[in-house]
Design a protein around this ligand. Sequence first.
Ligand SMILES: [Mn+2]
Length: 422
Amino acid sequence: MEQHKIDEYNRQHLATHKRKFDFVAEDVKDLDDVLKKLRAFNIAIPSWALGTGGTRFGRFSGGGEPRTLEEKITDVGTIHALNRSSNSISLHIPWDIPENASAIKAHAAQYGLRFDAVNSNTFQDQKDQKLSYKFGSLHHTDKAVRDQAIQHNIDVIKYGVQLGSNALSVWLSDGSNFPGQLNFRKAFQNTLDSLQQIYEALPDDWKMWIEYKPFEPNFYSTTIGDWGQSHLLASKLGKKALTLVDLGHHLPNTNIEQIVSLLLMEEKLAGFHFNDSKYGDDDLTVGSINPYQLFLIFNELVEGMDARGLSHANGIGWMIDASHNVKDPIEDLLQSVEAIKIAYAQALLVDTKALVNAQLNNDVAKAQETLQAAYRTDVRPLIAEARLREGGALDPIAVFREQEVRKSLIKQRGDKTQATGL
Ligand SMILES: [Mn+2]
């Protein structure tokens, strides 16, 4: 994405933007501080979200999908050039093995990108793999399978070290489909023992992020099924182990914002996998179904991070984990980042003094009014202004469409390409 094209678009739309920005900015206390925070806030793009996601019934590629890790990085570069808020990429091993780490790093640096957490994968069997994960990986009854899965995680750390990453993200599909299939206690102990061995392989400045999920692909039990189980493991492992919250990994109507608040309090919140859902782990675009919940989560994040003096930009990990089977992946990721920044900006606008007062006085109506006053503010011009000051586009999707980026990707890469991933 050439900068002059972005600048040209911005020039054409500057007057309209100014009018909208001035209108909302007038009522924002600490405007400079809010803009500074918005400019610093970046969300990592997962390497598996740049192609069209499949479902268990089918997959309909959209054309021009990245065929290699280099092309995935190029696409993240396009996203970052447009929104200036996606300065890192999160790799999934073995879908994206960096064969030549220094060349990959240089390619990413060219777009101003670095590498976020690396993700291991023991929920599928790979070609040439000796033992199967059909009945689990780190919790497996057979020590040989556990050892193989442990070694894979250690290999992933090694790839991550070469790329300058500093966290290993672990999601296990381990669980059971039928009552009686598994001894819960032994499965948990095996998992703990396996994670301990991986933990010992972590470099000093690394973290281990432990993700949980209540069901799917197993439908009777999941060995790390909820935040309690993840937190129990993280507590037993030590300071470098933390709980990762994937928004779609909860049963319907779970109060995720409360989970976030308590994990932050305990210094055990690793970070986020953003997505949205209506029924289960739908992996829909974050903010597309329940933007109010996203705002309430960010309200707890801002309050809890401020209470601990953490930097919003990098105090915890921010990452998208979604799968798009009908949209252009780049447009979907641009929408995702925008939705996250909207919720963040609204949380920054909460009148915290008024809220604390309302809470102390049990003024329930005032507390609700205070939160919703922030939520109902149209903060999009603030985000556009922050993006403009960083050199991004006032409207990233509009530029992506005007420049016919997808069309040229199809021309370069072909119509029938398929990115590695789900
Ligand atoms: Mn996830």
